[in-house]
Design a protein. Structure first.
Lengths: 175, 77
């Protein structure tokens, strides 16, 4: 029996083999969304717990990697929904590599605040599309939505950000 | 300003405050935690939400008391 078939049948060893093969990639995907190592670890555990729980709904002929990524995205989105306003972007990830000395700290804080206040589903696509520069088709596959809807959400996220930034006094060109 | 230009401008602005995640490497073995979670929280028994039961009861009542609505229902199905 193939590995995926054994996993779908509930074989724990097969599940561990799949975990060993995919957990680093799942973690890397989640940390790009939630931008916190500790939370990403917890969500990776949560993702594989959900994966094992849903094993009987997995088609062994299907793509485990894509399926795992979608479950990871849902877990990350659930986190963004519940942790909204409770957590802030950690400084180490949020501003790492910020090289432009002309941008003042205060302006950066306002930009981060505006971004953090985006509704979770918009923050998810905006993080992946605008910050991580992930291709739209990858985002669509991971979020389980169409590419057209990804584009719509990015468009709306940009519009919301622009409005919010203007209200916070950050200079953004009017559309 | 086009969508692409809008996005580009916003990317540049966000890039000044929020950098792409650079360190995405996992340094711990999470398998023991996965096992512990599986032991602590076994799969819940999937139940049917009360709302579905209520909906089914209402539908049944309508069909019993107003049998004339059956053809209309079938038509809309």
């Amino acid at each position: 029996m193939e590995l995926l078939e054994r996993f779908a049948a509930g074989d724990l060893e097969a599940f561990e083999a799949l975990f060993r093969e995919h957990h680093k990639e799942v973690y890397a995907w989640i940390v790009r969304i939630v931008r916190d190592h500790g939370i990403a670890e917890d969500l990776t555990v949560e993702t594989f717990w959900r994966i094992y729980r849903a094993r009987d709904r997995f088609d062994p002929a299907g793509n485990f990697r894509a399926w795992a990524r979608r479950i990871a995205t849902n877990a990350a989105l659930d986190h963004l929904r519940t942790a909204r306003r409770e957590t802030e972007l950690p400084e180490d990830l949020a501003s790492a590599g910020t090289a432009d000395p002309a941008v003042r700290r205060e302006a950066r804080e306002r930009i981060r605040k505006a971004f953090q206040e985006l509704p979770p589903k918009y923050r998810l696509v905006a993080t992946l599309a605008l910050i991580e520069e992930e291709p739209y088709y990858n985002i669509a596959e991971a979020a389980g939505i169409s590419i057209a809807l990804v584009k719509v959400r990015v468009f709306r996220a940009v519009r919301m950000l622009r409005k919010k930034l203007n209200s916070l006094g950050v200079e953004v060109n009017a559309k | 300003m086009s969508n692409a230009e809008n996005n580009k401008e916003m990317k540049e602005l966000l890039g000044q405050a929020i950098a792409p995640a650079q360190d995405t490497e996992l340094r711990r073995d999470l398998w023991p935690q996965v096992l512990r979670k599986l032991e602590e929280q076994p799969a819940p028994v999937v139940g049917i939400p009360w709302f579905d039961w209520a909906l089914a009861a209402i539908l049944s009542a309508v069909l019993v008391f107003f049998p004339g609505s059956i053809p209309a229902l079938l038509y809309h199905l």
